[in-house]
Design a protein around this ligand. Structure first.
Ligand SMILES: Cc1ncc(COP(=O)(O)O)c(C=O)c1O
Length: 378
């Protein structure tokens, strides 16, 4: 498979080891193993640690342990462990779903701009990809009427992502149902990347039920990277009808074979403490959102944004005569702060900001970025 370069990843790799303040970060400030264990009852903690360090690190069950799959299944309706495949992050989950469902020449409608994988992989497969745009001019909202105009009898898959990376847009329950019905009308399937599931934002929207709950033509993908602050365990999943789970599994035999055994055990632990971890996230998000709003309002001649409706990401508009890539490079090199260039998403005059970072780093990051903007304003 020949595939185009993942623009944002390449840009991130250029700077992420050199900057002090990464506020382009798309996840929540990561947990350490110690933080994760601290959610356990003190009496259980020692025993659990003992179990983890004595876990024999052989190959894991290829689909993920029954325990992890059952816990994940319980977060959906009418879902059993057989509907879940544990994967190497949501990125593998999306890759497997697209590669099992699609053939060259198929028509796909994919959200755009987006996490690039969502439209570049179908393109690499040889599909004809139409872009379902989340437009800045329309206030970064999903427009299901625009989707209707893109879907044709040849459409095989509709790819969406809610909450949306990079804009923080969300699909309501009614809109999700509308998309499902539209897919049904042409015998297509839907793939909903729910990497930011469970991450609510004060003043934002409430979450629609996950796509899987809508019926047999809907597939949800999820991850421990964003909502659980555990990108280092590289664990995600597919929630899909059993036949699709099986096809994805058979393809994964050629890619990563099985999820890591220790990662699987840590994912079980994280799910057990999901509510406490979401409370931790909520506090980080509340503090950073307040700081971001104040910071942007204090430079309202230069900066504006539509805060995320859910998830962690939003596009911030700037009123300066400089291209976003040049500005993002300057911020990284001269001010040690990372804000992702809008150009990587097709939004020029924007930078992508993430509100999941450690609040102290976030504060120092916006202050450093503020100095850069003040300098440029002169
Ligand atoms: C929308 C979206 N999907 C998938 C991924 C991949 O995440 P994971 O770490 O689970 O592979 C990301 C990561 O940034 C993302 O933003």
């Amino acid at each position: 498979m020949k595939i185009e370069t993942f623009e944002l990843e390449r840009w991130m790799t250029r700077h992420e080891l050199n900057v002090k303040y990464d506020i382009a970060e798309s996840g929540v400030f990561p947990l350490s193993l110690n933080n994760l264990l601290a959610f356990e009852d003190p009496q259980q903690r020692e025993a659990l640690l003992e179990r983890l360090i004595n876990l024999r690190l052989g190959y894991n069950e290829a689909v993920g342990t029954f325990e992890l799959r059952s816990l994940l299944a319980s977060t959906y309706e009418n879902c059993t462990a057989d509907n879940i495949l544990v994967t190497t992050g949501a990125i593998e989950a999306n890759f497997l779903v697209m590669n099992t469902l699609l053939n060259p020449g198929d028509h796909v409608v994919a959200v755009y701009p987006a996490y690039q994988q969502l439209f570049s992989v179908p393109r690499a497969i040889g599909c004809d990809v139409s872009r379902w745009k989340v437009e800045a001019e329309k206030g970064f909202k999903y427009d299901v009427e625009a989707l209707k105009k893109l879907v044709t009898p040849k459409t095989r898959l509709i790819v969406m992502n809610t909450p949306h990376n990079p804009s923080g847009a969300m699909l309501s329950a009614e809109e999700m149902q509308y998309v499902y019905d539209l897919a049904e009308s042409v015998d297509a399937k839907i793939l909903c990347d729910e990497a930011y599931r469970w991450i609510t934002v004060p003043g934002g929207d409430s979450f629609a039920p996950p796509a899987f709950n809508l019926g047999p033509r809907a597939i949800s993908t999820g991850t421990f990277s964003k909502p659980f602050g555990l990108p280092g365990i590289r664990t995600g999943w597919v929630a899909a009808p059993k036949e699709i789970v099986q096809q994805c599994w058979f393809m994964r035999d050629y890619i990563s074979l099985s999820p890591g055994k220790l990662n699987d055990a840590l994912a079980v632990l994280a799910l057990k403490h999901r509510e406490a971890i979401m409370r931790r996230n909520a506090e980080i998000i509340r503090v950073n959102l307040d700081m971001a709003n104040q910071w942007i309002n204090s430079r309202s001649d230069l900066l504006s944004w539509k805060a995320p409706r859910g998830g962690l990401l939003a596009m911030m508009h700037y009123n300066l005569d400089i291209a976003s890539l040049e500005l993002a490079d300057r911020l990284a090199i001269d001010y040690s702060v990372m804000l992702a260039p809008g150009s990587a998403f097709g939004y020029e005059q924007y930078l992508r900001i993430g509100i999941g970072q450690n609040p102290q780093i976030f504060k120092a990051g916006i202050e450093a970025a503020g100095r850069c903007f003040d300098e440029l304003r002169k």
